[in-house]
Ligand binder design. Sequence first.
Ligand code: PEP
Ligand code: MG
Length: 832
Amino acid sequence: MSRVKLVSPFAGWCLPLAEVPDPVFAGAMAGDGVAIDPTGDTLCAPCDGEIVSMQGARHAVTVRSDSGVDILMHVGIDTVNLKGAGFELLVSPGGRVKQGAPMLRIDLDKLARTAPSLVTPVVLASEGRVLARARPGPIAVGEFLMEVEGVAAKAAPGAAPAQLLRRFRVPFDHGLHVRPAALIASALRPFASDVTFIARGREGSARSTVAMMSLGVHCGETIEVRVVGADAAAALAALEPLLAPEMPAAVQKEVEKPRKVPADSGRLEGVIASRGVAVGVAARWAQEEFEVEERGTNVASDTATLRNAIAFVKDYLEGLAALATGEAQQLLLAHAELVQDPELARRAADSIASGKSAGFAWRDATRAMADSLSKLDDARMRERASDLRDLESQVIRVLLGELPVARKELPANAIVLADDLLPSQFMALDTPRLAGLCLARGGATSHVSIIAAANGIPTLVAVGPGVLEIADGTPVVLDAEHGWIDVDPPAPELAAAQRAALQRAAERAADLEAAQNPASTRDGVRITVNANVGSVDEARAAVRSGAEGCGLLRTEFLFLDRRAPPTEDEQSDEYARIASALEGKPLTIRTMDVGGDKPIAYLPMPREDNPALGLRGVRASLWRPELLRAQLTAILRVQPHGQCKVMLPMVNDLEDLRTVRAIAAECAREMKRATLPSIGVMVETPAAAVMADQLASEADFLSIGTNDLSQYTLAIDRGHSELADKLDALHPAVLRMIRTVAAAGQANGKSVSVCGAMGSDVDALPFLIGLGVHEISATAAMIPRLKRTIRLLDAAECRELARRALALQSASAVRELALLARGRARASAEST
Ligand code: PEP
Ligand code: MG
């Protein structure tokens, strides 16, 4: 047994291994150790020894200490793909090195641009354990990194040794390099047998990542595996899924870039709609198809049967709506209206009159209407087409004697996989068993995404059609923190994901406990955390989650798809209920944001070629000022007067604000009210962002709607599933807009909040704080975690981080920086 003290091979920031953005290293499958996020460009020897392995791509070096301990340094993540570009060798493989001697020079800029991460794990690659390690924080070359102890290999006491030999073909694209080797070593850990790989006339222990790598085996080569020991058969069986030629995908997903391809196993990437990690089994959701009789019985009875079925569905949906909240409730009500649509009824009646059955006539009518709607360029109308398909099956189910929406029975820990889901379909899921949601299509800010987020269900969208090919019951890990789903992962990974999920659940419980306290950064900058709310129940949930108020009440969700506009009384009552649910905390009421992708039945709009650029937000309100007046008066009536603020969506310039303020002043005069509430504007268009100095001079507050601001700045429709991964509020162009707005707020002494989905994104927080945003409004379920993240951050470091982000060229480069920031925040927390 031998002890070795190792020094840091890089200048940089020392991190716990668990922070490495790669499950193989983070789960210590390649060995225990620490990681360094390098700031220096030279990798030096951590101890005196010999270079026993230098990967062909020069990205991974192993030094064997004079006492026989192997230390692997893997520069960056996925750097094997760079095939040596950006790495300059300063020593020769096989040569001796003195502690601190330069071994490898890296082109930091190039790697930062081309590799997913520069974080470098430094791990004990031979048998042994780590005795001590450096605390997280800055580290220089030559400073203490860790102390390790090499131990003798395991023996199998009292067991009769057996010897087995088997040949395998190596399936890994880059050969037997570090990550597959680490997985193999990890899979063998539970077994006592000696496992040896034999190739090219040499042998290497399969317990040692380095020994396996040293064989230099390429993809497709055949190796012989010798297993000796009492549990030889079991050890060999553990190797089979990793090495058998017919099953490369399970491991290849670890060693290759994620692909958007159909697969029974492997990794599929998507867009994060609601954060979290879920480990469970695949449960596919598909729209049912029913057989219906074409010929009717007689016109009178078919007409009556269909009328009754429609009435049943309407009542059923209204009943569900009474139990639902927020947007889900509004969509159920919308469907209850749509199922009674007179045009549908007329078409069905014509069909019955021509001798068709009730079911056939209904299907004909809904499909004909859905088909013509789906051909229109208008996104709102296309959305209605899928609603109609949903209603088609609901009515037919009733005609067949079933309930309208099949309650989808789910296995425990179900990860539901679907093409897209409507809120009614989401609601019919067996939610206590629902662990996660993964959609082939959809956008991160679509209706079902917002509802899933409000329910705290980890969700990925725009994953592509491959997700629909995963068989029911397949084990999956839905990682909606990194944006991928792993299908049928190897057992060690599944176990690591399960451990991580348990740890997260414990963290969530602790976060909730701390969430009632205000949150400040480590250097004392106070950040206000409000909630986005769409109903009374959501307001209650917000308070329970630690919200300091409501930063955005989406009032259009309260009365969406009513046939008649809500009266002033109805509005006032609803606002008062929400104000009281907030227990006196501030309530920011946004005037109705209709139009665009939020059509509203009682406010038919003229046909527009491009509704997103048309009559929406405050423009729609000014187009129908009588509705705006009713809404402003309803808000003015809410007691106590100081609790409510008014916020205007889609403002472009001061003229919008002044016009609404004048109308509000008239309403107040008529009510003999002396004071007006605070009136603020949302910054959702590039025009508003660049004119923020003017807006801030007159508005009482500003709130950045990053969903729309990103959509308009990047010119990407927020519902577009093909482009969903490009629509990222962390794009430097959007960050520059936010910087302008935050600076305008500061110069005019006005608060600037962020209430788009970016405000719920923990990775965006450091940038927002660094850009000068000290208030956010988020999904209630995210508030506890956001508060914890704030407490880990340092505002001065955030400013530096934001400065770096503004100079980057893409959203993905900013995301990379965010990952680093996350590691640093955790590391500082651990060191204090
Ligand atoms: C936004 O655009 O960021 C926003 C908060 O408004 P909505 O998502 O309701 O359009
Ligand atoms: Mg908006």
